[in-house]
Ligand binder design. Structure first.
Ligand code: F0G
Length: 404
């Protein structure tokens, strides 16, 4: 049999042109899209039985989830006592943030209900994610943003994915108020985390952690803005506990295990910590620059029920933690995400910490969620890059410049 005969045994390879022609002939062919996650990628494919989808739900996925849970030896050393720290790196989702987990479910359900236009308020990541999933589904997306306060990379994403972008003279809380009102219109489908489908999708991060380490961790640290994510993680851990996928290890009262949830807000945007609405929230971590979180009550409940805490970190601590995590663990995150790491340091070092790690049980397992990729918000690091000046193109000059 010749090589040519062998090739003929396979079906002809489809060119991109043929595939596009097929898709456009069929309109948006969701049967075709459904075949993608069924091959094993995307949170709906993996956790279908735990999500609000059915056979009629057209799955809109970009292969989100299944993010690395990275063991961090140097962070573990900072705590000592034989503890292990893991970083759940959500920055490697398709649009570079954890929002994609909730967006795949919210957009799939919106399409099932016949939506033609998504709408959201955002500090940047939700808009990037909504715009991408809308593009994938072939529907339009409107994003309402606080003017001048969106990190460069995130705004760029919304433009690239073709969203209709409206910048307002106001903050995220104003934008969300407007979106809630516009959401009354039957043609708009809200995809902020006030949409329960978003929370349902985001729970999958907790499922992944338990599936990977074989139990719930002892502590879970994460940044808090609109408070959807802490609500989702707590729901996810609770659901796995109810299904007995977590185990009582070390729990003296015999109940199955859930972690203590410890949330961190930026000091200038900390309504939950101060227990009051912040009219003019300010922080360099623009993703969590929020003064009146939508899931405030749910976050409070998660913290109380888990015997966790809410704490604050300063902008200086956030930037220092961002730099530290990149340099010593090789994980580059955006400032809001670094709030979880700054928070971990505070738990280790500060007598003012809302939760001290000085006396936690030996060999505790701690997970920190880092929520978004560092490349989304390059502005601060860009200032450092100005110091870079070219040297003459000779080995000697380059060697001198290396200075090692
Ligand atoms: N980290 C990042 C990178 C975020 O983008 C957000 C929220 C959070 C943490 C906080 O999560 O709101 O669930 O408590 N970003 C929203 C947005 C508000 O519009 O992209 P949360």
């Amino acid at each position: 049999m010749s090589a040519r005969d062998g090739q003929d045994a396979y079906p002809p390879v489809k060119t991109l042109g043929t595939i596009l022609a097929e898709v456009s002939n069929l309109g948006y062919n969701f049967a075709l899209m459904r075949s993608v996650p069924e091959r094993g990628r995307g949170v709906i494919a993996r956790y279908r039985d735990l999500l609000p989808v059915n056979d009629k739900t057209p799955i809109v996925s970009l292969g989100e989830g299944d993010t690395p849970l990275i063991h961090c030896p140097r962070l573990s050393e900072r705590i000592g006592r034989g503890c292990d720290v893991f970083v759940k790196n959500e920055g490697v989702n398709p649009t570079g943030s954890f929002k994609d987990r909730g967006m795949t479910v919210a957009v799939s359900k919106a399409i099932e209900r016949g939506a033609r236009t998504l709408i959201c308020a955002s500090t940047g990541n939700t808009s990037a994610s909504a715009a991408a999933y809308a593009a994938r589904a072939g529907i339009s997306c409107v994003v309402i943003l606080p003017g001048g306060k969106i990190a460069t990379g995130k705004l760029l994403q919304a433009f690239a994915y073709g969203a209709k972008i409206v910048a307002i003279d106001g903050n995220f809380d104003d934008a969300l108020r407007i979106v809630r009102e516009l959401g009354e219109r039957s043609d708009f489908s809200i995809v902020n985390s006030i949409n329960p489908d978003r929370i349902a999708g985001q729970k999958t991060a907790a499922f992944e952690i338990v599936d990977e380490i074989g139990n719930a961790p002892d502590f879970h640290l994460l940044p808090v803005g609109n408070a959807g994510n802490i609500t989702a993680y707590w729901a996810g851990y609770g659901e796995y506990q109810a299904r007995q996928r977590t185990f009582p290890e070390r729990q003296s009262n015999g109940s199955t295990k859930v972690p203590a949830m410890i949330g961190f807000q930026a000091a200038g945007a900390a309504p939950i910590f101060y227990n009051q609405i912040i009219q003019k929230p300010e922080t360099i971590a623009s993703a969590i620059r929020i003064g009146n979180p939508a899931s405030w009550k749910q976050a409070r409940a998660a913290i109380a029920e888990s015997h966790g805490a809410i704490d604050i970190v300063s902008d200086e601590e956030i930037i220092a933690a961002q730099t530290w995590l990149a340099r010593y663990e090789g994980i580059f995150v955006e400032p809001a995400s670094a709030a979880a790491i700054a928070g971990l340091f505070k738990c280790c070092d500060s007598s003012e910490a809302a939760y001290s790690f000085k006396e936690i049980p030996e060999q505790s397992r701690i997970v920190c969620t880092v929520t978004g990729h560092g490349l989304k918000d390059p502005d601060i690091i860009m200032q450092r890059m100005r110091e870079l000046k070219p040297v003459p193109a000779t080995v000697n000059d380059v060697q001198r410049a290396i200075d090692l």
